[in-house]
Design a binder for this molecule. Structure first.
Ligand code: CBY
Length: 434
């Protein structure tokens, strides 16, 4: 680019970096730290954080400065072990998350991590995502949430990626931001974090720039921020309770793209705190994704060169769990209806399960009673089990197919291992495209 074009551009960029008067970050105050105790005990209790889930937990606790050195060391080892034992089969986003977690801050000397190797691996996995998009009508191997995590990690750890490609890929009109035509707040939020990182690198002169690309990145960010805000609910949540944490992070890093009156951060925070007290975050991944925002942190605070902050337990953590989810007095068995629906053809069954059972238990019970119609396979993910196939019909990201879970005709906002069924529910797994 010619020099004469660069000056006004630089001015514009510097201007856009000046922080606005009002700070949008509304972290939980010290007096209210007890409210977030349930999150921390869920995450620290090691029996919960299996495999790559430990990366989510480590990243979150490091950003929040909550671990002591021993706890941190255990988690670092778990993440390292997971990478070593499963690396070829890790998805791009899982590897990105592991890199972010291991490099979230500089640990004690003597345990240095070979980032360059991991970052190179991630570059290859990202390229494989792009290649898959080229070969399969724009569908990545995974999804845009993971592609955003990839760019975020490559951006923060000096990996290679093309700014033009980012500007092109992350256009908010791209179908990968939508499931069933509905904007995915989780996906949009992660994309805003990635785009903000990329833009930050450009403005600090660490990347060659094309003016058109910066303009597009700006435009995309603004549009995504507006789409996130348009999913604000009455009580201040952004999307649903599980997307709110990362959406808050996205709004923290993009204050120049919305007005003060468009978002009351305190209202969102207080609703989240209420939900915590009601046990909504009993899954470590859910807890891990909400905590940084409540501590006023974002994934852009990842900095492998700044020393980790350790805590000497100011949170006074007890391992006692939050509100138990199952009521104590109730009949021990309940009946529910379950159906498998393929192209509007339903196979139904009524099964009896213990009160307090989850969706997966119903599926298991149905399979036991009639394996020919109801056999299925599930896979462990950081959000618990995911149904990959029913009666041999397998979900495939190349054609955007999956098994959708519904209760009384409504799609669930929890997975099969978390959603607690109620007597008389009409439960359904439906062969769908997203
Ligand atoms: N993480 C990922 O790759 C997942 C990204 C994510 C956007 C994610 C939600 C958000 C997050 N914060 O992690 C996501 N889900 C995606 C991309 C998908 C698609 C996965 C396929 C693909 N191409 O990668 C897909 C198929 C559209 C999908 N989620 C399906 C489902 C349903 C699973 C049903 C099954 N077969 O088991 C389900 C249950 C919705 C339904 N009614 O069928 C579902 N997702 C839910 C509820 C959720 C939320 C989980 C909340 C919870 N408490 O369990 C979610 C947080 C999440 C995980 N999905 Co998806 C969204 C939300 O409600 N806010 C990166 C990796 C490194 O970890």
């Amino acid at each position: 680019m010619r020099q004469s074009h660069q000056l006004p551009l630089l001015g514009l960029l510097l201007f856009s970096l000046i922080p606005r008067q009002q700070c949008e970050i509304c972290e939980v105050s010290k007096e209210n730290y007890t409210a977030i105790n349930p999150l921390i005990s869920t995450m620290i209790d090691s029996k919960y954080s299996k495999g790559i889930q430990a990366a989510n937990v480590l990243l979150s606790l490091r950003l929040s400065g909550i671990l002591n050195q021993i706890q941190e060391q255990q988690l670092v080892e778990k993440v390292n072990l997971t990478i070593r034992s499963t690396e070829p089969s890790l998805t791009s986003g899982q590897l990105a998350l592991a890199i972010l977690a291991l490099g979230a801050c500089k640990g004690p000397t003597g345990m240095s991590i070979n980032y360059s190797e991991l970052v190179k691996d991630l570059e290859n996995k990202f390229q494989a995502e792009i290649k898959n998009m080229e070969d399969h009508s724009g569908n990545p191997l995974t999804n845009y949430y993971q592609l955003s995590l990839d760019i975020l990690a490559l951006c923060l750890f000096s990996g290679n990626y093309s700014v033009s490609e980012v500007a092109k890929l992350f256009n908010p009109e791209n179908k990968n931001y939508y499931f069933h035509g509905q904007f995915s707040v989780d996906t949009g939020a992660m994309a805003v974090l990635a785009l903000t990182c990329v833009k930050g690198k450009i403005t600090r002169g660490q990347k060659q720039i094309d003016r058109k690309d910066i303009e597009n990145i700006d435009k995309h960010t603004e549009s995504l921020v507006n789409k996130i805000l348009s999913q604000k609910t009455e009580n201040g949540l952004l999307g649903n309770i599980y997307s709110t944490g990362e959406a808050m992070q996205a709004l923290f890093v993009s204050p120049n793209y919305y007005n003060e009156n468009q978002w009351v951060c305190e209202k969102t925070r207080d609703t989240v705190l209420t939900e915590i007290s009601q046990g909504a975050f009993h899954m470590p991944t859910a807890a891990a994704q909400i905590l940084p925002a409540l501590m006023g942190k974002t994934y852009l605070d990842v900095n492998k060169d700044s020393s980790c902050v350790y805590s000497s337990d100011p949170f006074n953590i007890t391992t006692q769990e939050s509100t138990p989810v199952t009521p104590s007095v109730s009949p021990s068995q309940i009946q529910v209806n379950y159906s498998v629906v393929i192209n509007n053809q339903a196979d139904n069954i009524t099964v009896s399960v213990a009160n307090g059972s989850v969706f997966l238990n119903v599926m298991e019970q149905a399979e036991k009673k009639n394996p020919t119609l109801f056999w299925f396979k599930s896979e462990e993910t950081s959000w618990g089990p995911y149904i990959i196939s029913v009666r041999g019909i397998k979900a495939d990201p190349n054609d955007r197919t999956y098994w959708e879970l519904l209760s009384n005709g409504e799609p669930l906002s929890q997975g099969p291992g978390s959603y607690i069924v109620h007597a008389g529910d009409d439960l359904e797994v439906r062969w769908s495209t997203y």
